[in-house]
Design a protein around this ligand. Sequence first.
Ligand SMILES: Cc1cc2nc3c(=O)[nH]c(=O)nc-3n(C[C@H](O)[C@H](O)[C@H](O)COP(=O)(O)OP(=O)(O)OC[C@H]3O[C@@H](n4cnc5c(N)ncnc54)[C@H](O)[C@@H]3O)c2cc1C
Length: 498
Amino acid sequence: MATALEERAAALERLRSETFDLMVVGAGIIGARVALEAALTGARVALVEARDFGGATSSASSKLVHGGLRYLQLYDFALVREAHRERRMLQERLAPHLVRPLTFLLPVFRGAPHGAPTVAAGMLTYAALSGFRHSSISMVGASGARQLVPSLRTERLVAAAVFQDAQTHDSRLVLATVAAAKRAGAVVANHLPITGLETAGGRLAAGCAGDLLIRSRAVVNAAGPWVDQVRRLEDPAAEPMARLSKGVHVVLDLPAEHWGAALTTPLPGGRVTFAAPWEGMLLLGTTDTEYSGDPGLVRAEPEEVRTVLGEAAVALPAQVLARDRVRYSFAGLRVLPRGGGSTARTHREELMETGPAGMVSVAGGKLTTHRQIAVRVLRRLEAFRGARPTSDPLPGAGPLPPRPASVPPETWSHLTHLYGTEVLEVLGGGDGTPIHPSGPDVWAQVEYAVDREWALTVEDVLRRRTTVEVRGLATPEVRQAVAATLGERGVFKTVDES
Ligand SMILES: Cc1cc2nc3c(=O)[nH]c(=O)nc-3n(C[C@H](O)[C@H](O)[C@H](O)COP(=O)(O)OP(=O)(O)OC[C@H]3O[C@@H](n4cnc5c(N)ncnc54)[C@H](O)[C@@H]3O)c2cc1C
């Protein structure tokens, strides 16, 4: 088998020498799916990512695969219906290992923005928009609510609604999609920024990554928060189409009592604060504030972490939210259409535009509906007018092999969630020595990340291919050891970028 270095050299050589039908700029979840859908039509496709696959918004989401209850208050019924359909497709067929059902509890407190009858009516609409499939709903009192979420504050609780949605590991979903695109024939490369675009006869003809020229008959710009920067490579006079809104999340220790549901609590102004069990921890989110800085520098600031903890306190007691329970925090950027109004009240559908030389730019939308967005993008291009969403299972989807006796059940459960059917290839015959004694990730994942999953930096391994960093376990010793593994394999970027 070719080494990681040989694979990368071969991919760069193909980018240099072939002419593509489509080049996709940006490999978040949208770009990755555009590349996959296009490659499945038999087209020659190049997928080029400036940082890491899923390295921006698509690893900083709330991890929900959901109908989007909050869009009901914007009367965005079509979006909710489509999202429900896509949730089912991901959960049942495309990636059941990565997209799992999650029960939600929506508490109604005295003085809340919506009373219990309004919430009950909203729930009924939400379930109806899913065709009453996978969306069983009920209203419960304080004791029913605490059975599901034992930590819930009930002093001012009037009632609570229970409903179903789903949750994922967002960056691994991107990686599975990139792997599928590659298996369908696409040439994929991360850490390769597109720095220029060339035209011939007024139409786009090539992209430049430094001095590497990638010839392509069509280009999709799926650069997320950088969408306007890439648009200006085609048309320096292009007016911006996007504005950015920052969302901060905080990861904490999960309380010892079993949580049978996630919490989503409406806040004044149309936002919600949520608290969801995720990867054995508690994920809280999220803020929603205008952002105008460099997208590459977005960070969770201490005061934003305090805001997230403060808003969660509406539904959770102080001991659950204590500062010493915080393990990690991260920030992402929503891409919204330009124009006035609060970012919380803005519709979350994708932005799409075709530029003067034929480049189709896309940004925004939802992780949940990425498959439909990808096809809507492709249909804007002459060569892909007839594209229809495909539904082949992603790598890892399918019946799991039996657990080898040498692998502890917790390790097996963690690895089968992240890798599905490919778990034995990841383990490579080993039993799984932990990367950090307090976490479920194992060393075999590091080797797999470098050899098979295009990891080129310590951050690629610890933040997006494993769960080490989000657990707050990326200690200097762990980083050093991972850097040594990268170095042993001769991978060119052994220096952490963060
Ligand atoms: C705080 C927050 C919470 C969210 N929660 C949810 C949720 O729970 N559920 C849900 O369904 N959706 C959610 N979303 C929305 C969802 O995360 C996004 O819609 C989705 O991730 C967007 O993916 P993308 O591929 O368009 O962008 P990105 O993931 O940002 O990908 C764009 C990529 O383009 C690359 N790029 C930029 N410039 C260049 C260049 N010049 N050359 C090459 N590559 C380039 C970037 O490096 C980046 O990797 C959330 C979003 C935010 C911000």
